[in-house]
Design a protein around this ligand. Sequence first.
Ligand code: ATP
Ligand code: MG
Length: 417
Amino acid sequence: MRQSKLFTKTRKEAPKDEVSKNAQLLIRAGYVHKEMAGVYAYLPPGLRVVERIKQIVREEMDKIGGQEIIMTALQRKELWEKTKRWSDEVVDVWFKSELKAGGEVGFGWSHEEPIAEMMKNYVASFRDLPIVVYQFQTKLRNELRAKSGIMRGKEFVMKDAYSFSLGEEDHTKFYNQSIDAYKRVFERVGIGEDTFVTFASGGAFTQFSHEFQTIVETGEDVTYINRAKNIAINEEVLHDETLKTLGVTRDELEEVKTAEVGNIFNFGVQKSEDLGLTYKNEKGEDIPVWMGSYGIGITRLMGLLVEKFADDKGIIWPESVAPFRVHLVEITNDNTEVKTEAAELYRELTEAGIAVLWDDRDVRAGEKFIDSDLIGIPLRVVVSEKTLAAGKFECVHRASGRVEHKSISELIGHLTA
Ligand code: ATP
Ligand code: MG
């Protein structure tokens, strides 16, 4: 993509009311637009990052048998009344509205209830199970706190998956597969080392649920971890009983600030009983379906990657989610040969299937480099009179600052290896 054609512009300052580092950088670099507190639009480069994160999650969900769907944003009041979750006292993030024809609707902050209800159309016998579905959807939540940029939105993209199993044994098998799939996701986006499967509050059927908490300075959660034993406990369940169950003592644990990037939950048969989702077993008896839910905050994850990897010059995207692999920066000084060379390099890289942002703008070199650092594409390739004379391009790795000199074929070889 030619940067001169990109409608988004970099800017020196973030809006005054924006306090979070992730949103400040993302706005300045042209990835997102702030509509209001906690509500952000995704611009072309930002959307590319969102889509790349989604694709990693999609691949891992498909591997464990997930089938992708999209549920509706508008939801029925009656369903949530059946599970006693329509009330604002019980769920404090509801957005609700009135229908012109009369009656109320809710805006989807979560989808367990509608999905369980929908499954009544597709689950009849034990032969129909198990089922795993997932979706990427914009959730709407009337969140009070809005200090964390895209890490806590009133509108945000979540991947939520739901499993429907015959009973506890099958459920547990899938639950563990899901933990492994999540680990692969966080590994692939570059935060595997610092992401912990964390014990958190359970529900009617379990002592604990599991959160995926990633260490980050600006995280909203407090987690107690022991790296050697690979144990992590959310502060909300840090008490004697938990310590005893897990076989650790308080002083073996280190307190860290974290952000919850994912959350998995065992509902048991509670939802199915409330909503009447049952199947017939071999004897013809009606048995409630065992349900689990599995969330990943897609846009929160994007914000976290910014917070975690940025330096004082700007964003540093991990290779796996970067909007482009190469930032091709031409420094022409009105030399048409440089321009031609840059165009040729752009063509060859693009033909080799490499996503390139080509800074073909007519601006000073210094400004281009500052913008390039801010935007944070993993590899900067500079074409100038100097590189033309040397017969090799200057390649600068954004994360390490390492500089290499490569010919076109060496560069393509390196990028397609
Ligand atoms: P939190 O404890 O942070 O409020 P939650 O427990 O309400 O989150 P879930 O309902 O389990 O979150 O949602 C699944 C995932 O969606 C979370 O693990 C998180 O990564 C993400 N998420 C939740 N709320 C938000 C939000 N307001 N903005 C962005 N991402 C969010
Ligand atoms: Mg939570």
